[in-house]
Design a binder for this molecule. Structure first.
Ligand SMILES: Cc1ncc(COP(=O)(O)O)c(C=O)c1O
Length: 430
């Protein structure tokens, strides 16, 4: 038999290149790289470029652009994308059989593995198409009467705020949005502001585990425990948190949690999940109605009609890739990349870093402003001159550039970004 080793021995490097065309061993390479650094401190591995080169090669990217908006959605590693395509091909042979009978039932494996990673019972986890859908199931499915109040922040995600605003217009509930400084003085300050806004009418607290605007992490457990003590439900927007930095559901204590999987888990685009604490399942209405007999079944939130099985089944490969790196090593590398540009730019007198850099407060996401230069212009200049993608954040209370690298980002890309920012700060934009 013509083995891989024999092939490489006879053809050398050219063979390795050709091999990539008909066999992807990137997951094996990731696991092998992790075996080599087993036992090393994540902070040390974060600076080990030999290790991260193995991760970088697992993606098929356009390296002529520097993509620092992985917070929007991230490319999947090749192994995930190939699985997605494979499942689509299988589905199309005869969708009613191959998709519905063969692939769809395997979503239970994905549910089990996601639940293990998140730290909940699989019967508390519904697979959704994104964080918006997950959160809207909770936001629109909780019974509220006119005058009942929801407390949130003015830095929560626009679509989620719009969802509550629609209930204000449609049903006469009340919405109270608190403000908080960026960066905040402390975790306690964040908790005190949210908990301090509670009134006798408050029925729900809605806030982000980590904000998309500056990457601020919230003291979720402290807030949720206190809300629970007062009989208030908690909806936590974890769109950016899951598979970004380490935590388990037991460290949150929330009632509902919605996340995207196409951001930090690197799963196919159009994937997310909703966690519903078991005691809340029967009283939460699904967004797309289900039979009464399903009232206590988490699957009632998945009654969305015909949809591709490929997207949610390929989450399994994304979980394998994620486990291959390991969440501690991943978070350490993401902080290392973020600190590399943020510590450098933070020295500059015209730069304002809106993100607190200590690990309890943030991870991969950072927000920086060049004072005196409109953020929109900075973003345009980065793209025109350097082919760098970053996200403009213009909030009523501050503005800046959101920068989100991912595990495939190279140091050269980070340094190019930092140098470009220094050049813009020094010369301005005419
Ligand atoms: C904080 C936050 N919540 C919710 C969402 C919505 O996520 P999705 O687009 O996956 O529905 C996003 C998207 O960026 C987000 O940043």
């Amino acid at each position: 038999m013509f083995t891989r080793r024999a092939f490489l021995q006879t053809t050398g490097t050219a063979g390795a290149v050709a091999l990539a065309a008909f066999g992807d061993d990137s997951l094996g390479r990731v696991f092998a790289a992790s075996r080599k650094v087993e036992g090393a401190a994540p902070a040390d591995v974060a600076a080990d470029e030999t290790y991260w080169r193995e991760i970088q090669q697992a993606f098929t990217l356009d390296r002529t652009i520097i993509n620092l908006n992985n917070g929007g959605c991230s490319p999947s590693p090749r192994v995930v994308h190939e699985a997605l395509k494979r499942y689509l091909d299988v589905s199309n042979q005869s969708p009613v059989y191959h998709m519905w009978e063969i692939l769809e039932p395997n979503v239970q494996t994905v549910r089990r593995r996601l639940a293990a990673e998140f730290g909940c019972d699989p019967e508390e986890l519904a697979i959704t198409r994104n964080a918006s859908e997950a959160l809207q199931i909770a936001q629109l499915g909780i019974d509220l009467k006119p005058g009942d109040e929801v407390v949130t922040t003015n830095q929560d995600y626009g679509r989620m705020l719009n969802t509550w605003e629609q209930r204000v217009r449609r049903e006469g509930i009340a919405l109270r949005k608190i403000s908080f400084p960026v960066p905040p003085p402390s975790m306690d300050d964040l908790a005190d502001r949210l908990l301090g806004a509670i009134t006798p009418a408050t029925k729900v607290l809605h806030f982000s585990h980590i904000t998309n605007l500056t990457g601020q992490i919230f003291p979720v457990k402290r807030i949720c425990d206190e809300a629970r003590r007062r009989g208030i439900k908690t909806v936590v927007d974890g769109a950016h948190a899951f598979a970004h930095f380490p935590f388990k559901a037991s460290e949150l204590g929330c009632d509902y949690y919605g996340t995207s999987l196409h951001k930090w888990l690197l799963a196919p685009i159009g994937t997310g999940f909703l966690y519903v604490r078991r005691e809340n399942i029967s009283s939460l209405w699904p967004l797309t109605p289900a039979a009464e007999s399903q009232s206590n079944d988490i699957r009632k939130f998945e009654e969305i009609g015909t949809h591709p099985a490929a997207n949610h089944n390929a989450i399994a490969e994304a979980l394998s890739f994620h486990e291959g790196i390991g969440i501690e090593r991943k978070a350490a590398r993401l902080r290392y990349l973020r600190n590399r540009w943020a510590a450098r730019l933070g020295q500059h007198k015209r730069m304002r870093i809106h993100t607190r850099l200590d690990p309890a407060h943030s991870c991969a996401i950072g927000n920086v402003q060049i004072t005196g230069v409109p953020t929109g212009k900075v973003v345009a200049r980065l793209w025109d001159r350097w082919r760098i993608i970053a996200t403009p954040i213009v909030h009523d209370e501050y503005e800046g550039l959101r920068v989100t690298p991912n595990v495939y980002t190279t140091l050269e890309e980070i340094d190019t970004f930092a140098a470009a920012m220094e050049q813009i700060a020094a010369k301005g934009i005419d």
